[in-house]
Design a protein around this ligand. Structure first.
Ligand code: ZN
Length: 323
């Protein structure tokens, strides 16, 4: 999205030395996805219309600077590689059998935003210390053009993911479960993962970029050592977690990586997100798709697709935790 809120400022230009490695790593993890990408290239013409709308009280007008049209209509758009027959559920073999493989492992799931945030503008606009600077406690998040809020999407996917990880024996904690009127603030979201000594933490979001911008991306923490923020110990394991989550996501959903961020890798490194900067445990954000794009929105609003998204994340997390 062209986020102006605390969690989403325009991504900085990135020249991560890791990028090439990560690209290769993701490609290695998801060879089957490449076929799908060809399909997207064939159907992925940008849609027009829509445009950003702030959507909720307390959110700011949204500049489009963070989501430039790529100018590359042949770029892979997000999409479902499979025919939407509804009669071809994910193969049963995809779902790992229930096991105790993750027994003793702790995973913290952070459902981005909160459906009640828009009713609590003053509280969520309160500035909190995110280590490097102060920024708003939380944001309202985005919504589909039809008005379905990101916060409901994130909570639904979080529930699905929690179920899957518990089936593997993990201890799972959510930063919020629709059980508080707003928030928590981004610093508390990080703190919950830290205090749980999470082996992995994942923050679930959907983007609010321009129509035509499609696909998912995983955001990993860059190196930050300033104020109370110190990501030095989590950069490498978070990158590993991010690669595996991206790989699982592509493999299970058949959805292409973002065509507007990450140069087709589905991986983005950022140093401006309080939820990552304040983490002391391996953590990534997943932007599952663009709610402002009609084709992506059709996926994001599909329960069966959300289940696949959760399964993809679960696969990645299981893979990461098992080493
Ligand atoms: Zn979000």
């Amino acid at each position: 999205m062209s986020y102006t809120g605390p969690d989403f400022e325009p991504p900085q230009p990135r020249r991560s030395p890791l990028r090439r490695t990560l690209t290769v790593a993701v490609a290695a993890l998801v060879p089957g996805a490449l076929l799908g990408w060809g399909v997207y290239a064939a159907v992925g013409g940008p849609d027009d219309g829509g445009g950003d709308r702030a959507g909720a009280p307390g959110s700011s007008p949204v500049p489009s600077s963070s989501a430039p049209a790529s100018g590359a209509p042949a770029s892979p758009g997000g999409g479902d590689a499979k025919k939407p027959t509804g009669s071809s559920p994910a193969p049963a073999s995809r779902k790992p059998p229930a096991s105790g493989l993750l027994k003793g492992k702790v995973v913290v799931i952070d459902p981005g935003h909160n459906p009640g945030n828009f009713r609590h503008a003053s509280e969520i606009n309160r500035k909190v210390d995110v280590g490097t600077h102060r920024k708003e406690c939380d944001t309202t998040g985005t919504a589909t053009d039809a008005g379905w809020p990101e916060a409901k999407f994130t909570l639904d996917v979080a529930h699905r993911l929690r179920t899957l990880l518990k089936e593997q024996g993990a201890t799972v904690e959510l930063t919020q479960d629709g059980d508080r009127p707003f928030g928590p603030c981004v610093d508390e979201r990080a703190r919950i993962g830290n205090e749980a000594h999470a082996d992995a933490a994942i923050s679930i979001h959907a983007d609010g970029s321009a129509a035509g911008n499609r696909g998912f991306h995983v955001i990993m923490p860059g190196r930050v050592h300033e104020g109370t923020a110190d990501t030095r110990a989590i950069v490498a394991p978070s990158a590993e977690l991010g690669e595996r989550v991206a790989g699982g996501f592509v493999r299970v959903t058949g959805t292409a990586p973002s065509n507007y961020l990450g140069d087709g890798t589905g991986l983005v490194t950022r140093t401006d997100l309080g939820g990552l900067n304040l983490s002391t445990v391996p953590k990534v954000f997943v932007e599952c798709g663009n709610m402002r794009d009609a084709k992506d929105a059709a996926l994001l609003t599909s329960g069966s697709w959300r289940q696949k998204a959760a399964e993809g994340m679960s696969e990645g997390i299981v893979s990461f935790l098992r080493g």
